[in-house]
Design a protein around this ligand. Structure first.
Ligand code: XXG
Ligand code: FE2
Length: 365
């Protein structure tokens, strides 16, 4: 078991939100075609090495950078902080944690200056920034609005072997947990945590890591997600639809997971709930509740549990992956047929509609 991450004596930086991610892609033209032509993200700027993309309602330079490189990976997960002083705080905070940090006045990517990047204690490349170019916010450019429009960056999702360890680290950094998945023995399989008052800015998924599970963009409505499915069907790229569409249990959001040309996973997500009050209640789901990840009870495909993108260190090398020691959600929940209910008959709360289903399914097995 890995050691606990201490709480630094200096204050944590005031993080506003997850703001952008830098993805390394092996075929820039193919990735551009996916994110721009299929998903409709808007190009702020591009050159032969990189494409800078933003969502419909964004006013900062970008939410995603696609950078051409030899190995498909994630180079940075960017968080916007409240002021430039908060970038200094982030630097001091991670230095006290003993993490490698790098400050660049000119920024690491176009449109952002005076940023700090760190190799965080879980092995993820976090960036903290405030100074950023403002660009046209397209929110009322209905002349550009597509039927599957991606309107905001919503969250990141990170794979890490020891979820409670990561949770404590992120709580010390100022994140608040909104939901988690546990079993009867107290093993935590996943946790969702936020800064911006939604269900999450990032989530921890238990597994071999550090790896990036997905980046998620939101749409205004559920029908926008259905349109993305229809469009991908019409383009004959339905094999890039990995999971969904569906309704999540955790977060209550409507969702769809896609795989980009390099296999990086992107989630399309809409209509979770407000969590900004300090006493927002945390929801704990039983790992055996088969509606926790899909409210309609549809099974999660194995690739969703096993696949994720490598992350890079500050030199651009792939971070070494540490194996999860605790039990894996896929092993405790998916039967050979992929449809088995693992909640024991009678385990559901009385009055829970799942009780009857769990009972019936239990008899079928
Ligand atoms: O954003 C999310 C997710 O982390 O991608 C997955 C919200 C909920 C879920 S889950 O599959 O647990 O319903
Ligand atoms: Fe997600």
């Amino acid at each position: 078991m890995s050691t606990e991450i201490p709480k630094p004596s200096v204050p944590a930086p005031d993080i506003l939100r997850c703001a952008y991610a830098e993805y390394v892609v092996t075929d820039l033209a193919a990735s551009r075609a996916f994110y721009v032509d299929v998903l409709g993200l808007h190009v702020t700027e591009e050159d032969e090495n990189a494409v800078y993309l933003r969502s419909f309602e964004e006013f900062i330079h970008h939410n995603m950078v696609l950078r051409k490189g030899p190995v498909a990976a994630v180079a940075a997960m960017g968080f916007r902080v409240r002021s430039q002083e908060e970038v200094d705080r982030a630097e001091a905070y991670y230095r006290e944690l003993g993490c490698r940090t790098e400050r660049r006045a000119e920024g690491f990517v176009k449109g952002i200056r005076n940023a700090v990047r760190v190799e965080d204690p879980l092995g993820f490349p976090y960036e903290f920034f405030y100074e950023v170019d403002h660009v046209e916010r397209l929110h009322m450019r209905y002349d550009l609005y597509s039927a599957g429009e991606l309107v905001r960056l919503d969250h990141f999702n990170q794979v890490t072997p020891d979820v409670p360890r990561g949770r404590t680290y992120l709580e010390n950094l100022g994140f608040r947990v909104t939901e988690d998945i546990q079993d009867e023995a107290g093993v935590t399989y996943a946790a969702w945590m936020h800064r911006k008052g939604t269900v999450h800015d990032t989530a921890l998924t238990g597994g071999d890591g550090p790896r990036m599970h997905h980046i998620a963009f939101s749409t205004h409505e559920k029908h926008n997600i259905i349109q993305i499915c229809d469009k991908m069907g019409a383009l004959r790229i339905s094999d890039q639809i990995e999971r969904g569409p569906g309704r999540h249990g955790v977060s209550n959001a409507f969702y769809l997971y896609l795989r980009d040309p390099d296999g990086h996973r992107v989630e399309i997500y809409t209509q979770d709930y407000y969590t900004g009050d300090p006493d927002n209640p945390t929801i704990t789901w039983d790992v055996h509740d088969n509606q926790r990840r899909d409210w309609w009870g549809n099974p999660v495909v194995p690739s969703w549990y096993t696949d994720a993108s490598p992350v890079l260190d500050l030199d651009g090398n792939v971070q070494e992956i540490v194996t999860r020691e605790e039990s894996r959600e896929m092993d405790v929940t998916i039967g050979a047929d992929g449809f088995s209910y693992t909640r024991k008959p009678g385990d559901a709360m009385s009055g829970d509609p799942g009780e009857e289903v769990g009972f019936k399914m239990g008899h079928q097995l």
